[in-house]
Ligand binder design. Structure first.
Ligand SMILES: [Zn+2]
Length: 206
């Protein structure tokens, strides 16, 4: 398996930290007790997040089995869908940061449909490079078909697919300011042969 962009496991660990951080309820003693139990508050996770952040700055990569192990940390949790979705949005924001200022400027300057077309191409490129998702532009829409993914391998009931659904929506927002609907139409977790996502303008459903 090819190496994996460090921003993918980083996003998962950051999401775990985010969701495991308790609201300040004034119960300090209880928090101490929780802290020892919650993965997201552990010093080991904090240290790993710091290492991944350094790697992400230089576009670094990690071995596939290491990234999969991080994705699987979420798989056992009852709130896995929530964590994967939060992580997907984070990964999209990291990916969007890799967009060159030239492309960003062109997207912003291009009028209407031309701007949307440029944004979709950029989203597809970023998705393939940084999310390892086979995102393609077809007929003015976005389409991603994957027989295999880190999300799928981490949770074969399709819960891990939430990562990509959330990531594509956020990437469209970050790159093109597009508030599109992303639908996970086919899923191996539901017995389909491949996982398929489609993104389109909300009015495309009429
Ligand atoms: Zn799926």
């Amino acid at each position: 398996m090819a190496p994996v962009p460090a921003l993918l496991p980083l996003s998962i660990l950051e999401a775990i930290q985010n969701i495991d951080t308790p609201q300040d309820d004034g119960l300090g003693a209880l928090e101490d007790e929780l802290a020892s139990k919650r993965l997201g508050l552990s010093p080991t996770v904090a240290a790993q997040v710091a290492r991944y952040r350094d790697q992400v700055k230089s576009g670094g990569e990690v071995p596939d089995d290491e990234a999969l192990a991080v994705f699987r940390l979420v798989g056992r949790r009852p709130d896995a869908a929530l964590v994967y979705a939060d992580a997907g949005r984070r990964a999209a924001r990291y990916a969007a940061k890799r967009l060159g200022t030239g492309t960003r400027g062109m997207i912003a300057a291009a009028p209407g449909r031309a701007g949307v077309a440029l944004a979709l191409r950029a989203v597809a490129r970023l998705g393939r490079r940084w999310l390892l998702a086979d995102v393609r532009v077809s007929d003015g829409r976005l389409r991603c078909e994957m027989p295999d993914s880190l999300g799928w391998r981490a949770r074969d009931d399709g819960t891990g697919c939430q990562f990509y659904t959330a990531a594509f929506a956020e990437l469209l927002r970050q790159v093109g300011g597009l508030e599109w609907s992303v639908v996970h139409e086919l899923c191996r977790g539901r017995g389909d042969r491949d996982c398929l996502w489609r993104a389109m303008r909300a009015e495309g459903y009429e």
